[in-house]
Write a protein that binds this ligand. Structure first.
Ligand code: HEC
Length: 190
């Protein structure tokens, strides 16, 4: 079908059909637009074969789960904390020093500046309510004992702050606080 341009020159061309006196210009999409459109169609086919379950990709759900697992592996969970590593940190002046700063900012208000205990129990004696093994101390700090007024710290402290403040608490064993609170709980012997 031939297109006409009434003035005979460049410009929008009128198509030949006419319905109820309405005529239509032939306005093709610009070339760059058509090329972009064709490109997205080609890309969608390529993409389809890169994702599951059509192509050889694992699929969005599997990708998401893999990323979540990788992220979770970066954060030590109470079950994943190595007691030997915590004990080694308790002898590491750098870790203990960093843990002491965390303790001074977040813990001293309840456990006393030197761990002697205030609202919270004495952390310098060898008697523990929730267990004195390194992983038990870590677990109490991580999960807290909300009903008794001990907040959970796992979410608000960074992973290395968690291990360092645990190391600091462990390093308090055998120190003598100025104003110690009476022991509460069961004695722990390593
Ligand atoms: C708002 C007050 C408060 C703050 C802040 C607090 N604690 Fe506690 N903490 C407590 C109380 C109360 C308990 C006793 C829980 C119980 O009786 O079961 C406790 C218990 C503990 C225990 C277990 C002691 C045991 O005998 O088993 C540890 C370890 C501990 N806290 C460490 C920390 C550390 C480390 C921090 C800072 C990161 C901290 N706490 C911050 C109130 C607090």
């Amino acid at each position: 079908m031939a297109n006409t341009n009434e003035s005979g020159g460049e410009g929008p061309r009128l198509l030949e059909h006419e319905y109820d006196g309405i005529r239509e210009y032939d306005n093709p999409m610009p070339r760059w637009w058509l090329l972009t459109f064709a490109g997205t169609v080609i890309f969608s086919v390529v993409y389809l074969f890169n994702v599951g379950p059509v192509g050889n990709g694992k699929g969005r759900v599997a990708d998401y789960e893999a990323e979540m697992a990788a992220a979770a592996a970066l954060v030590p969970t109470p079950a994943g904390v190595d007691p030997a590593q915590l004990l080694a940190l308790a002898d590491d002046a750098g870790a203990v020093g960093d843990g002491q700063q965390v303790y001074a900012s977040y813990c001293a208000s309840c456990h006393g500046p030197d761990g002697g205990g205030l609202i919270g129990p004495n952390l310098a004696d060898n008697v523990w309510i929730h267990g004195g093994a390194p992983e038990a101390v870590y677990k109490t700090i991580a999960e807290g004992v909300l009903a008794k007024g001990m907040p959970p710290w796992e979410k608000s402290l960074k992973p290395e702050q968690m291990t360092n403040v645990t190391a600091y608490v462990l390093s308090l064993q055998g120190t003598t606080p100025t104003n110690p609170k009476a022991p509460e709980g069961e004695p722990y012997t390593p």
